[in-house]
Design a binder for this molecule. Structure first.
Ligand code: B12
Length: 475
């Protein structure tokens, strides 16, 4: 069959991200003998014109829409992307008779409302490498939709799902040939790192998160040696800035350690980062292994440094463990980006003060701390249940396609924002959420990509803020 995969994400904050999953799915379909083209709308000036041209030129039998984000996850300045995706779905139906299949990270989070909103025929939930070719097979030769794994569709007004069991990992999945599908130079010029995974799934029970829902709770691990070989292959092709996009990089701990040892041994020349370290599994041994493996920057998703909040979010670790992780980071040479999430159940003035104090006093001055205020509520999460119980959520699950947020009723949002703004004004290494969607950011990304500066750009936060302040503004 002729298959067109359209990558709908056009969000440039904090930097454009490559449609990794869509490339994997495109190659999986090709391996089964289909003719595949990929249209990436990220840098298209007129996405609808590009879409119309691709549909008329290729006349595909099936169109896949890869949908990454529902919204920007920012309570203070929410931007929803679903209307644009729905418009793209309608445009496909206008110019082609091909059935539309949804896939991508956002689809696993809210499949039913997305099917309704876009008018698509099918949605693949989670991994697409096995399910999408299986669907193409049924569409081409006939068969039962129920036999396609993790497929959802609407039938007689009802929502149907074939199965929820996660698909098996295929070893070939680690690394697509990005340069075949994407304008790599344009991504590079926007400071985008190349994404890579060492596992799928997430066993943690953080109350706000959807990872376990869309990818399954059990880990599915790629063999460390193969992931390391993929890194080496990419680096010999000149792709040197790579980012591990695992839900959590350092769990299982032994898998992360084995990966680092393989990376250190195989002589690759890539610069590696990950923004997804869990403080409970972060110690000097792993950090030293990461240094030897070629990491140049890390992110710790601590969320809070206060016990009532950590336990309210069901993070599975304590403030003392966050402190130990910070102590381990201090003993390493890796620049570190700390992520905090203020306003969850259990948050109070005291806990906000505690987390801000931790960021000011415990972190190294060169490290960056980022504070998001308010938690996006997704259907099917424990946070949804809590929000309904507390009477702060009245939207039906379908209405939650529009961004809805939780903010602790024990706390005043304006007071919290003031505290964060004040801390950020006084400390060049502390950032509030608005910094990552600052209108200047794409220009800053482009400017720095021309200088001898490599991703991640956040390493230079204090310098960038000093320069921007000299121009009379701030980020
Ligand atoms: C790593 C990550 C990041 C990194 C990305 C770094 C990079 N270089 O790529 C950073 C930190 C920068 C980031 C930023 C953001 N992220 Co983020 N991120 C992730 C994470 C953890 C992994 C994404 C990933 O690459 N997965 C690996 C690839 C291989 O999987 P995949 O893309 O899902 O593809 C598979 C399937 O989806 C499917 N598939 C994909 N396309 C298609 C197409 C078809 C036709 C089919 C059939 C199947 C299919 O098959 C693929 C292979 O199995 C996800 C959580 C998650 N587990 O999905 C959140 C996630 C994607 N992010 C999310 C969000 C909101 C954002 C931000 C908007 C806000 C923020 N948190 O800062 C920004 C947006 C950035 C942008 N410009 O678009 C949401 C998106 C959904 C939503 N809630 O709106 C997610 C799902 C987290 C969540 N539950 O909230 N993110």
């Amino acid at each position: 069959m002729d298959v067109l995969i359209v990558c709908t994400n056009r969000h440039h904050y904090p930097a454009p991200v490559m449609p990794y999953g869509a490339c994997l799915v495109a190659e999986a379909a090709e391996r089964e003998g289909h003719r595949v083209r990929l249209l990436d709308l990220m840098f298209q000036r007129d996405p609808f014109k590009a879409l119309k041209a691709a549909l008329q030129d290729f006349s595909p039998d099936v169109v896949g829409l890869s949908v990454r984000n529902l919204d920007n996850n920012d309570m203070q300045a929410p931007v929803a992307f679903v209307a644009e995706v729905a418009e793209i779905g309608r445009a496909v139906s206008r110019y082609a008779a091909a059935p539309v299949v949804l896939g991508g990270p956002a689809v696993g989070v809210m499949p039913e409302p997305l099917l309704k909103e876009t008018g698509a025929r099918f949605a693949v939930l989670g991994d697409g490498e096995e399910a999408f070719p299986a669907l193409l097979q049924v569409l081409e030769y006939g068969g039962r939709m129920e036999e396609v794994p993790r497929l959802a569709w609407l039938e007689n007004g009802g929502y149907r799902v074939s199965s929820h069991a996660p698909c098996e990992l295929k070893d070939s999945g680690v690394l697509p040939q990005f340069s075949r599908w994407l304008a790599l130079k344009t991504y590079r010029a926007a400071m985008a790192a190349i994404p890579l995974q060492s596992k799928r799934g997430c066993p943690f029970s953080c109350i706000y998160c959807t990872y376990g829902i869309s990818e399954g709770k059990g880990y599915r691990l790629f063999p460390p040696r193969e992931v390391a070989a993929a890194v080496r292959r990419l680096s010999t092709l000149g792709c040197r800035d790579l980012e591990f996009v695992d839900n959590v990089f350092n769990s299982p701990y032994d898998h992360a350690l084995a990966l680092c040892e393989n990376l250190a041994a195989n002589g690759h020349r890539a610069r590696l980062t990950t923004m997804e370290l869990n403080p409970a599994f972060l110690d000097v041994r792993l950090l030293k292994a990461m240094e030897r493996a070629g990491f140049v920057g890390i992110g710790v998703t601590a969320e809070s440094a206060a016990d009532p909040v950590l336990s309210g979010l069901q993070k599975g670790y304590t403030a003392a463990e966050v402190e130990s992780a910070a102590a381990a980071v201090r003993q390493s040479s890796l620049p570190c980006f700390w992520l905090f999430l203020l306003g969850g159940p259990g948050e109070s003035q005291e806990t906000v003060a505690q987390t801000l104090r931790f960021a000011r006093r415990t972190l190294r001055k060169g490290d960056v701390a980022f504070f998001n205020v308010g938690l996006r509520i997704y259907p099917g999460t424990e946070l949804e249940r809590i929000a309904r119980q507390e009477g702060v959520l009245r939207h039906s699950p379908e209405e939650m396609l529009e961004p809805v947020f939780y903010f602790s009723p024990q706390l005043d949002r304006r007071w919290t924002l003031d505290q964060v703004r004040r801390a950020a004004a006084e400390n060049l290494n502390l950032l509030h959420a608005a910094s990552l969607s600052h209108p200047w950011l794409p220009a800053v990304n482009r400017l720095f990509s021309r200088l001898p500066v490599r991703p991640p750009l956040w390493r230079h936060t204090p310098t960038i803020r000093r320069v921007v302040r000299a121009l009379g503004r701030d980020i």
